[in-house]
Design a protein around this ligand. Structure first.
Ligand SMILES: Nc1nc2c(ncn2[C@@H]2O[C@H](COP(=O)(O)OP(=O)(O)O)[C@@H](O)[C@H]2O)c(=O)[nH]1
Ligand SMILES: [Mg+2]
Length: 224
């Protein structure tokens, strides 16, 4: 069990919403098999729509690979995502034929050429609007930096595609305990302005594993 600090309570972490059985189901799902399925750079070569999917998006360096590694207790996704040439690809992983995880390419890299940004936007928009197996998007936000203009653009893309989404704060261990409540409140307030967003903001640290247990249980609720 993870310890809630006085500032991040078990209700902030979402833990109160799950029964012991649901927490165990989440643990087992992520402790089981996890394989690489495909890396796709266009909508023409996406894997089949066999499994329910949840997808993760966020700025480059937000901690996406680290979060998926913390969830699965493995390094598979990080390795695949760091392969050169895969930075503009959607990476698909399957958990025991029950749930597919999709790693969207990171955005917000200041020096990215305009053509790359355009290609990223087209691919992301097509994926969001055309992927029938997509159950929920998760937008990762660095807790130290808060919501950036690039994150707002991503929120708008998800709203426009009418894909239900929720935010996940990453690197919470880097925020002073005395500032955590304010960071959560400010992020929740910004997220709540978006039509397709769920107002609950997930709080995580891949470093301390804060919030990982609750997030596993939540993600398992989308699995077969
Ligand atoms: N302190 C801390 N650092 C983290 C955490 N998650 C990721 N990082 C660091 O942030 C950097 C980017 O992480 P990475 O997972 O590669 O980000 P990605 O580009 O979004 O996949 C790396 O140096 C990680 O070690 C976290 O929860 N806490
Ligand atoms: Mg990565």
């Amino acid at each position: 069990m993870e310890e809630a600090t006085p500032e991040t309570s078990s209700s902030d972490l979402g833990l109160d919403d799950f029964s012991p059985e649901e927490l165990e189901r989440g643990r087992l799902l992520f402790a089981g098999e996890c394989h690489f399925i495909a890396a796709s750079n266009s909508l023409d070569n996406l894997p089949p729509l066999d499994l329910p999917e949840v997808a993760f998006a966020g700025r480059s360096n937000v901690g996406k690979s680290s979060l998926v590694n913390a969830l699965t207790g493995r390094r598979t996704l990080a390795r695949a995502s760091q392969t050169p040439g895969r930075t503009r690809q959607l990476i698909f992983f399957a958990l025991a034929q029950r749930l597919q995880l999709v790693d969207l390419p990171g955005y917000g890299y200041a020096k990215a050429p305009k053509t790359d940004i355009k290609a990223w936007t087209t691919l992301t928009r097509q994926f969001l609007s055309g992927r029938q197996s997509l159950q929920r998007m998760f937008l990762l936000i660095d807790a130290r930096r808060g919501v950036s203009p690039a994150d707002e653009d991503m929120m708008k893309l998800m709203d426009e595609a009418a894909v239900p989404w929720a935010a996940i704060l990453t690197k919470m261990d880097k925020v002073k305990i005395s500032e955590q409540k304010a960071v959560i409140a400010k992020t929740t307030e910004k997220v709540s302005r978006h039509v397709a967003a769920y107002p609950h903001v997930w709080i995580t640290s891949s470093e301390t594993k804060l919030g990982i247990e609750a997030l596993r249980a939540h993600l398992a609720s989308y699995s077969l």
